[in-house]
Design a protein around this ligand. Sequence first.
Ligand SMILES: [Zn+2]
Length: 248
Amino acid sequence: MVVFVALGAFLMTLVGGLAAQRVTDRRHLVLGLAGGLMLGVVGLELLPEALEAAGEEFLGVPRALLLFVGGFLTAHCVERLLAVRQAGHGADGPVHGHGAGERVPQVGLTAAAAMVVHSLMDGVAIGAAFQAGQTMGLTVALAVITHDFADGFNTYTLTRLYGNARRRALAMLFAAAAAPVVGAASTLLFTLPVELLGSYLGFFGGALLYLAAAEILPEAHHDHPTAPTLLCTVTGVGFVWLVVGIAE
Ligand SMILES: [Zn+2]
């Protein structure tokens, strides 16, 4: 089941990467929806569950929330250190934005490698979430699969942006697509203790929220903020609420 679901992540990453090769406006809608789903999953499913599983306080704050903040900060720091801002801003591709002047292929590869590691964590999160319960697993998988479009898009664009050959970009794209499957499969080998599970999901929630707020949503409105994109985001949140509500 877990690996089967992770195959959805595999396909979506590839779709995102292939979409990066041509201009399409519909990706804004996909990104808007992904942002909403991610926000919904973090706020309505991950955090409540993480609090329940790892809720005891440490220095006056529930541990799950400390890790949530830690996850957010970690994602922020990694992103700043790699300075991958110009990533995936789009359709206009390699010539767009700053950094286009000095192209160091290794920078592109390092950033793409970070995306692969991130995708690996996505996969582990899917597996861990399924260990916490069916609804949890499915909603986290949903959030991962939809934002994988952006993951694939960014992996391909980042690699190309710094002057790497198309073939190399496709190789990184494939690695990023396979990573969630590997990550999810790895969780079949062990059972996480409930507390550790809650901690990991809290941490993952922080990273996921950062990704949604700082990367996915700004990207969704990059060229032109539109009402349909906003509507997709709100729909995404509402959908998660519905799923969580029905499952209760
Ligand atoms: Zn991801």
